[in-house]
Design a binder for this molecule. Structure first.
Ligand SMILES: *Cc1c(COP(=O)(O)O)cnc(C)c1O
Length: 402
């Protein structure tokens, strides 16, 4: 069979092992051991970076471990794919060059021109652009709906046409929460799949497949990689037809993660649990500080009982994550000044790395939605709380606010 006719790697290693082999181990053990056994020839404890495009065949078609060509499969990428599948309690993981490459591959694996998708009305900007500028001209229609309102999501479904209900939870930057089991029921009743972009929570805080979702999307650029040194994406699904379609399209479209990038994301996953605990500890301390500060008019964090998604988040998330948004009482100008006045908090986009970031969504990540329904308050600041010494983080914010 030529590379053009099949999906990715063939052979036993190509599937089924992620949940079966390590399902009894805890999350931290899976993060460190799933997907890789010490190399049989050298004993190397850590997976090598297999910088190779092609593989020796033992006679025509005699593949070792199913490896034939590195777009179809590469052992470093396999180690990452099996590890992230184990962390999401899925059967099959697929690693991509970016979160958006993962999204596009999923959409074209499931949808055809003429189909319809429900998307979050506050989707990540790049996701919205993918739907609006790339998938729409290709023939895939979409309707935005608020993920925190199941009735509105149900009303946006077009019976017979909607293939996917796509949600993020928590969303960016207002941290709206989608009730995953409820939306899974709504999607499945309509014959659609529920896809959850789990980037903000990470698999440590939330495992959508266990709550009824059909596919999980990650920008591994964020918490999974965790060190702001790599761009990557992933999909995770359970056994079945969807896995086969994704495997085929991953290879046929070709937006795969390279071995170096796979290695960095895998290294990030090893410490995901520790990092997420510290991100959450620090975020809670920052929330406590901001909630008492007279210069702050509102703090947005799903861990606060005042947050409209608090109850749902408490049911489906282990803790509430490392992203905090807040509004500056004195208005936009002061918010911009605060963003420019911190020293330890780096002014920049992205999120989920060990270092703390501060940004003004209205002028930065969400500038493109100004003037639309999705416009965010102009006095809003978003924090990606890192894992530095929390007293230093609070002191720096205190200085910038005064
Ligand atoms: C960053 C991000 C993406 C896109 O991922 P890239 O790796 O930048 O392509 C998708 N969804 C969410 C929630 C993100 O934060």
């Amino acid at each position: 069979m030529s590379d053009e006719d099949k999906g990715g790697r063939t052979g036993d290693q190509a599937g089924g092992s992620a949940r079966a082999g390590v399902e009894k181990l805890g999350f931290e053990s899976r993060a460190i051991h799933a997907g890789y056994e010490p190399d049989p020839t050298t004993g190397a404890v850590i997976p090598p970076i297999y910088a190779t495009s092609t593989y020796l065949q033992d006679g025509v078609g005699g593949l070792r471990g199913g490896y034939e060509y590195s777009r179809s499969g590469n052992p470093t990428r396999t180690a990452l794919e099996e590890c992230i599948a184990a962390l999401e309690d899925g059967d099959h993981g697929f690693a991509f060059a970016s979160g958006l490459a993962a999204e596009d591959t999923l959409l074209r694996s499931v949808c055809r021109p003429g189909d319809h998708v429900v998307i979050p009305n506050d989707a990540y900007g790049g996701t919205y652009r993918l739907f609006d500028r790339v998938e729409t001209p290709w023939g895939l229609a979409h309707t935005p709906a608020p993920v925190s309102d199941p009735e509105a999501v149900a009303a946006a479904i077009r019976p017979g046409e909607t293939r996917i209900v796509w949600v993020e939870t928590p969303t960016n930057p207002l941290l709206n929460i989608a009730d995953i089991p409820e939306l899974a029921r709504i999607a499945h009743d309509a014959g659609a799949l529920l896809v959850v972009d789990n980037t903000f929570a990470s698999p440590y805080l939330q495992q959508p497949l266990t709550l009824g979702a059909d596919a999980v999307v990650h920008s591994t650029t964020k918490y999974c990689g965790g060190h702001s040194d790599v761009v990557g994406g992933a999909l995770v699904v359970r056994e079945g037809d969807l896995a086969e379609k994704i495997r085929y399209h991953q290879n046929a479209i070709g937006g795969v993660a390279g071995p170096f990038d796979s290695w960095l994301v895998l290294r990030g996953l090893r410490t995901l649990a520790l990092r997420m605990e510290r991100h959450c500890d620090n975020a809670e301390a920052v929330v406590a500080f901001l909630s008492e500060h007279p210069g702050v008019s509102e703090v947005v964090y799903p861990g606060l009982s005042s947050h409209p998604g608090h109850e749902v988040a408490s049911r489906q998330m282990k803790r509430y994550g490392g992203i905090v948004s807040f509004r500056v009482a004195a208005g936009e100008q002061k918010a911009l000044e605060v963003c420019g006045a911190t020293k330890l908090w780096t002014l920049g986009e992205s999120l989920g790395g060990v270092e703390s970031l501060i940004e003004h969504p209205g002028r930065m990540t969400h500038a493109s939605v100004a003037g639309t329904d999705l416009e965010v308050p102009s006095d809003l600041i978003r924090l990606s709380v890192g894992i530095e010494t929390v007293d230093d983080l609070v002191a720096d914010l205190d200085r910038a606010l005064s």
